[in-house]
Design a binder for this molecule. Sequence first.
Ligand SMILES: *[C@@H]1O[C@H](CO)[C@@H](O)[C@H](O)[C@H]1NC(C)=O
Ligand SMILES: *[C@@H]1O[C@H](CO)[C@@H](O)[C@H](O)[C@H]1NC(C)=O
Ligand SMILES: *[C@@H]1O[C@H](CO)[C@@H](O)[C@H](O)[C@H]1NC(C)=O
Ligand SMILES: CC(=O)N[C@H]1CO[C@H](CO)[C@@H](O)[C@@H]1O
Length: 527
Amino acid sequence: MEGIRLTIAILWLLSDSSATPVGVEENWGDGLKVMTTYMPKECEFRAQNDDVIHYHYVGRLGHNGAVFGKSFDYDSPYIVALGQGRIIAGMDRGLVGTCLWERRRIEFPPSLGYGDRGVGEMIPPNATLVFYIRLIKLKRDGVALGGLFNLKEHWNQGLTDYTKGNHERAAAFFEKAISEFNQYQKMAAICFNDCKNNTDIKLNSKQEDLLSSSDLSKQFVPYLLEAQCVKRCIRQKLPHMSIPDPVTLDKFRKRIPYSYLQYSYYQLGNLDEAIKCALSFFYYHTNNSMILNAIKYYREQLELTNDDFPSREAGLLTHHEHYLAGKTAYNNEKWLESADQFEAALIKYKETLSNCLILCDDVLFLNMTQEFVDAETNIKLNKMKLAPDAMDYYTLLQSMIHNYLTCHTKCHSWMATVNGEYFDKYLSGHFHYLQFDYFKTSLLNKAAEAASTYQALEPSDNVMAVNIKHFRSKMNVPPDQFKPREDFLNIEEYYQTKQRLLQFAASGIPQKRSGSRGDAEMIHEEL
Ligand SMILES: *[C@@H]1O[C@H](CO)[C@@H](O)[C@H](O)[C@H]1NC(C)=O
Ligand SMILES: *[C@@H]1O[C@H](CO)[C@@H](O)[C@H](O)[C@H]1NC(C)=O
Ligand SMILES: *[C@@H]1O[C@H](CO)[C@@H](O)[C@H](O)[C@H]1NC(C)=O
Ligand SMILES: CC(=O)N[C@H]1CO[C@H](CO)[C@@H](O)[C@@H]1O
C-alpha cells in the first residue's frame, strides 16, 4: 500500500514535469503540432474540456506567416468553453492541458481549421494555421482557478508595460498585484493566528528523526508544525489560490511595487496617487534620496505641508508618528499629551511588529511549501533524497532557518528606524519618556510601572535604578506598583532568543548525519 503511494507520487512528479517541455514541438496526431514556448514556474491548473478559458492569440498563416487575426490587447482576450466544438478543432484540441499563463504555439492543417474553403479575405482555402496563445484565465464550474492570487504574473506584466512606457496598463497591473498581496497578507494573518498553539498537526516519525539530529533543528520544530498548519489553513480558505513565490513576496513586503507605481502615476499626471504611493514606499526606505526628492516635488505641486501624509499605508506605521509627537510634546513640557502619544505609539508598535513578523512566517511557510512539507506525504522531500544532485536537506533547512530569523530581526530594526535614523533604544525609549511624563503629572503608579519596564528592558542602565529608588523612598510608591509590562518584556525576550538562534544558525551548518544514501532508502521504505 505504502509502496504504491510512493510509486504514484513519483510517477505524478515525473509526468508533471515532463508533460510539456518548453521549446519541444509535439505531434498530437492529424497534423496537430503543439509546442510550449513559456511555462510558468508553478503550474497548478491546466485547461481541460468544459473549462471556460480566456486567452490571447496571434493567428498566422502557415505558408507565409501573415497575421490574420490577434487579440493581444489585454482588455479583450478570447473567451470560450473548451472542448465543446465552439472553436475550430485544431484549437479545441490544441488548447487542452495549457497551464494558466503558459504560452503555446499551435499549428494544424486545414482539416482541423477552415478546410478547403477558408474564411473571409484573411484565410485562404487549404490554409495551415499557426496560433501563438497565452492562457490568462481559467474558470471551472464558474470559479476562476489560480486567478485570484497571481500577483507575480501581474507584477511581471506591470514591469513589462512599465519598461515599454505604457504607464496606464502598468499602473493597472501594479494595483492588481498590490491588492492581491494585501488580500494574501490578510488571509495569512488569519491562518497564522489560528495556527498558533495548534495541536492537531504532528511531525511524522521520519521528520522527527531527521530533525532530532541537530540542536538547531529541534528548536525549529514548533515553527515547522505551525507552517504545516498554515499551509492547510490557506488551502482550505483559498482552494484556488496560486501560491506566490517567496522572492516576489519579499518585494511586496518591502513595498518595492510602490516605487514603480508612483512613477507611473506621475507619468499619467495623477499626482494625488503618486504621492500616496511614494509615501508608502518611503516608510520602508526612509533614506532613499530619490523618493525623498519625488515626495518633495509632489508636495510642492500639490501645495501640501510636511504634516500631510496621504500614504496608502496610513495607520500602518503611525507608531513612528505617535513617537515623534510624543517627543515634541515632551520637549514642550506638555506631559499629559506626551504620555498619551507614547501610549498610542506602544499600541501601534505591537500591531505593526506583529504584521511584519507574520510576513516572515510567510518566508518560512512558502519555502517549506515548495521544498519541504509538500502535501501530507513528503513527496518532495523524497524527490530530493532520490535525485542524486538534489539540494542537501540540511543545507536547505539551515538556509530556511537563516532566512526566517533574519527576516524577524529585520522587523525589529525596521521598527526602530524613524525617518531614516536608527534608534538603538527605540522600544525602551518610550518607557523612559513615559516615566518622566507620568512623574510630572503625578501619576506615580504609572511612572513606577514605566520606570520598571525601562529597567527590565535596559538592565545595564543605572539612571533608571536611581529613579526607581527615588519613587520608592521619596514618593512612597508601594512596592507592588513596580511591575514591568509583561507584553513588552515578552517582545524583547522573543527578539533576543531569535538573535541568539540567528548567531547559532550563522555559526555553522548543523552536522549532517552520515550515510545520506541510507537516509534515502529509509524514507523510501516508510512511504
Ligand atoms: C484544396 O485541397 C483540396 C484537397 O486536397 C483540393 O481538391 C483543392 O483543389 C484545394 N483547393 C485549393 C483552392 O487549392
Ligand atoms: C500558546 O501557548 C503559550 C505557552 O504554551 C501560551 O503562553 C499562550 O498564551 C498560548 N497562546 C494562545 C493564543 O493560545
Ligand atoms: C540608509 O540608512 C542605513 C542605516 O540607517 C545606512 O546603512 C545606509 O547607508 C543609508 N543609506 C543612504 C543612501 O543614506
Ligand atoms: C531554501 C530557501 O531558503 N529558499 C528561499 C526562501 O525564500 C527566500 C526569499 O524570501 C529565498 O531567498 C530563498 O532562496
